[in-house]
Design a protein around this ligand. Structure first.
Ligand code: SUG
Length: 455
């Protein structure tokens, strides 16, 4: 890669649009917010507009911002696969009566959390100098297991140019290869255009002897396996020198940290993490330091400053850490961080006042998503791209003022302001949703990606 190419490299945050069926169904075991808000009435329109406002304000601040469409929900095809038959209305009515938990699952708008869409390796780190993609199988829960097929179609529609982009198959959807994507993957480097080291964090090991010192959570599931992370790294051609595999602390998982991105966030050389993030904290940092070409800047938040309860409730570590041209960093935190005194104090007195590149904190209201356990960092998939790769994108997916205006008007036209669990069986909701998505694919110019469009 030429020097010009390297300096043109930018991180693009692709945020997931909140879908028209966004609701609170309490579907995610081990995710405290989802479990405690199940049954609440949601406001899909407000959720989508909150997400769009976050995207717009980051675009206005000069960060590269992309957008990914939601999925086709309700997934009536999934209900048919499970034996429900008849017209769409009959399928929905029967599922609502006989298996309401299945109906709730096929209506989930969980694809908004694009940090779980897949794992991406930038071309700078790949042996063939292409950007590599693996959609996550999300096999730990039924509602999320329904996502990877359409995710793969969407990624292939946008990153279509084979000269620049390479797509890998989803890992086998079985517990041994349980994969939740970029939420458990952090690339650390100097500048974005310099070679990176890939930190893969897993919750359990599926095969072989458990490594000495390893433990597993007792209450909540570990969603990422070592074997899944290793397979993704292999698919992308990453070598041992470019990878670090670290076990997540099992006590953190039991406290509600269902992904690493609920307790750590990294960008460039900075790794902001809670002391309970890794089972072997020192070993993980040492290995990163040895393998990275630039010095690692660890920013450790101790338990005495932020309790696990505060970390999980505030989502401080699910913030977006964004690089600025002058070498400083901006932390985009959810509004909930202001509601917890210890967290807000830590941000002011420790993060902002500390000896680290974080120089600004920006607060965003993404409450509709937060009530389901999705903060600012869950809502985005980071893709590091050169200028040539950005130019090779298909579709109208990089946010501009015009696209923001179009998407906001689209949400205003199609979305409901109130969705209670009982509304999910309404066949009208399914029709509204399809009409909205059909229009969206035209607006984004990505061609057909949904089952109802592909036939
Ligand atoms: O998989 N919540 C999602 C939240 C994912 C957040 N992503 C990251 N941390 N990267 C999950 O637990 C809740 C759906 C419901 O209960 O209706 C849900 O799926």
């Amino acid at each position: 890669m030429s020097a010009a190419d390297i300096s043109s490299v930018r991180e693009v945050n692709f945020d997931g649009l909140v879908g028209p069926t966004h609701n609170y169904s309490g579907l995610a075991v081990g995710n405290v917010a989802s479990m405690s808000h199940g049954g609440l009435v949601s406001n899909p329109k407000e959720g989508a507009l909150q997400g769009l406002l976050k995207m717009k304000s980051l675009m206005d601040a000069g960060y590269a911002q992309g957008v990914l469409p939601p999925q086709q929900r309700p997934d009536i095809g999934a209900l048919r696969d499970l034996g429900f038959s008849g017209s769409n209305g009959e399928v929905l009515a029967r599922a609502s009566k006989e298996a309401p938990q299945l109906l709730r699952a096929v209506c989930s708008a969980s694809s908004m959390w694009t940090a779980n869409a897949g794992t991406i390796t930038p071309s700078i780190d790949a042996p063939d100098s292409r950007v590599h993609f693996t959609p996550a199988n999300l096999q730990s829960s039924f509602h999320r297991y329904l996502e990877p097929q359409t995710t793969g179609c969407v990624l292939k529609a946008i990153f279509r140019d084979e000269q620049h982009f390479c797509h890998h198959p989803v890992l086998p959807a079985t517990p041994a290869f349980s994969d939740e994507g970029a939420a458990n993957h952090t690339r650390l480097c100097g500048e974005h255009g310099e070679p990176g080291v890939h930190l893969f964090v897993y919750g359990r090991q599926a095969f072989g002897d458990v490594r000495s010192g390893e433990r597993e959570p007792k209450h909540y599931p570990a969603r990422q396996t070592l074997e899944a992370s290793q397979a993704v790294a292999r698919q992308h051609g990453l070598t041992e020198a470019q990878t670090v595999f670290a076990q997540q602390h099992p006590d953190a998982i039991d406290a509600g940290v269902f992904h690493n991105d609920v307790i750590a966030v990294g960008n460039g050389p900075v790794l902001l993490y809670h002391e309970m993030a890794f089972l072997d904290e020192e070993g993980t940092l040492d290995e990163l330091r040895t393998k990275m070409a630039s010095p690692l800047i660890p920013v450790r938040v101790p338990l005495e400053a932020v309790s696990m309860e505060d970390a999980v409730a505030s989502y401080l570590f699910n913030s977006q850490l964004l690089s600025n041209p002058d070498g400083t960093m901006t932390l985009v935190v959810p509004g909930e961080c202001q509601e917890r005194e210890a967290v807000w104090r830590t941000i002011q007195d420790y993060l902002l006042a500390g000896n680290n590149p974080i120089s600004e904190v920006v607060v965003k209201d993404v409450k509709q998503s937060m009530r389901n356990g999705g903060g600012p960092a869950c809502l985005r998939l980071r893709v590091v791209l050169t200028e040539a790769e950005r130019a090779a994108l298909s579709g109208r997916v990089l946010l501009t003022n015009a696209l923001y205006t179009d998407l906001t008007a689209w949400v205003e036209r199609h979305y409901r302001v109130r969705l209670a669990p009982d509304d999910l069986a309404d066949p009208q909701l399914a029709e509204e949703s399809l009409a909205a998505l059909d229009e969206l694919t035209q607006l984004l110019k990505i061609g057909p990606v949904y089952p109802f469009q592909l036939g």
